[in-house]
Design a protein around this ligand. Structure first.
Ligand code: SF4
Length: 234
């Protein structure tokens, strides 16, 4: 939070991206949203952490059912002060109110190695051009419906927010639905979600441990555009 406050005080437009893993306390996350908005953050993104088979601690990734429960608890009954920098239908997807398949090429990753196949989470090779990537990836092998175990529990925004945007612009129904969400934003009143919050077990946390003898810089700049920057808030 010190980095966020410093960026806001420096006159930057600050948005945050918070990734949640199993064990996240929705009440704590909601309090974190309050704190971020009070600090002067412009808007917030939130996404479940990606479950991948090489992760050292498999116990702390969220399956889809647990992700939906967690995000229903967090994003229902939301505060008017909360501003999100995310497609409203993607947020509904996280809450279990929409169903989207993955669009892996929707937010492609380019690095010194080239265009990463098929998405920034998986590394099934690289292509020299975006067109080459489109032409050489067997897209039927990716997304939950493919049966690819690497995609089974994935709900991350890189593949699924792109699907929400595609739905938004590729059908009249999607366009009207999205327009309504922006024109008449819902607070998603949900008594069941409030009950989830009230009954959510408080997770025990050990004491914070300082790594090394000096404070570690934790500000992560993911994009800088003129006078705008993005700072990781998780
Ligand atoms: S579901 Fe999509 S975004 Fe997620 S790992 Fe698979 S291809 Fe990548």
């Amino acid at each position: 939070m010190e980095g966020v406050r410093a960026a806001v005080a420096g006159g930057f437009r600050v948005t945050t991206n918070t990734t949640l893993f199993d064990g996240a306390d929705p009440n704590s996350v909601r309090a974190h949203f309050d704190e971020l908005m009070a600090t002067g953050v412009e808007s917030m993104m939130v996404s479940p952490g990606y479950t991948y088979d090489k992760a050292p601690d498999q116990n702390h990734f969220l399956g889809k059912a647990r992700s939906r429960k967690l995000f229903r608890a967090i994003l229902s009954n939301r505060k008017k002060s909360w501003q999100f920098n995310t497609h409203p239908l993607f947020a509904e997807y996280l809450m279990g109110k929409q169903d989207f398949e993955c669009t892996p090429w929707g937010m492609p990753t380019y690095s010194i190695f080239g265009w990463q196949k098929p998405c920034y989470l998986l590394q099934d090779g690289y292509a020299d051009t975006f067109q080459e990537m489109l032409d050489t990836v067997d897209w039927a092998n990716y997304g939950a419906k493919s049966g690819n175990p690497q995609c089974a529990n994935c709900m991350v925004h890189s593949g699924h927010e792109a699907s929400a945007v595609d739905y938004n612009f590729s059908s009249l129904k999607g366009f009207v639905k999205t327009a309504k969400r922006y024109m008449f934003p819902s607070m998603y009143e949900d008594a069941g979600a409030q009950k989830l919050l009230d009954e959510w077990p408080v997770a025990g946390h050990g004491p914070l441990v300082q790594i090394g003898d000096k404070p570690v810089a934790v500000v992560v700049t993911t994009s800088v555009n003129e006078h705008a920057s993005s700072v990781a808030g998780d």
